[in-house]
Design a protein around this ligand. Sequence first.
Ligand SMILES: C[S@@+](CC[C@H](N)C(=O)[O-])C[C@H]1O[C@@H](n2cnc3c(N)ncnc32)[C@H](O)[C@@H]1O
Length: 146
Amino acid sequence: MEEGFGLLKCAFTNAHLKDEQIAFLTKQWYTTLLARIRINAFRVEVVGGSFEDLLSMAVASVEAEAAVGNAVYMLPSFYNHDCDPNTHIIWLEDAVAKLKALRDIEPGEELRICYIDASLDWDARQSLLSQGFGFRCDCPRCLSGD
Ligand SMILES: C[S@@+](CC[C@H](N)C(=O)[O-])C[C@H]1O[C@@H](n2cnc3c(N)ncnc32)[C@H](O)[C@@H]1O
């Protein structure tokens, strides 16, 4: 955290901005910014090619160690989490995010993705979502106790 903050401050100082222009640049601001990125960013995994099903794509992703970075997307970062999601985000050829439906979706139904490994049990999922994303999951599956 210290190193990143120092680099950012250095970059602004080298840009010859006035003190009042960078008055916002405090450690508190930087910590809040990192937290926002952590909660809203996607781990971008470019697997290339096209896969018929999510399982073979997931296997290709793991085998290729395909993570190319993290990104905050204007719309996808608004998707809420569900432990039984109706969509999944994929990156096939580049860092353009595509949303894949996992089942038929009714008009007006909220599109939801899964932020974590949905195969985990209730306790593990709540713990990951609470520690990693700062919320208690209220999706229908969690409310049913599954
Ligand atoms: C990436 S944002 C999703 C968009 C957010 N709902 C908004 O309006 O900007 C993630 C946040 O949404 C809320 N959230 C997402 N899925 C949730 C769920 N299943 N249960 C409770 N809160 C959830 C949590 O506050 C979480 O930190």
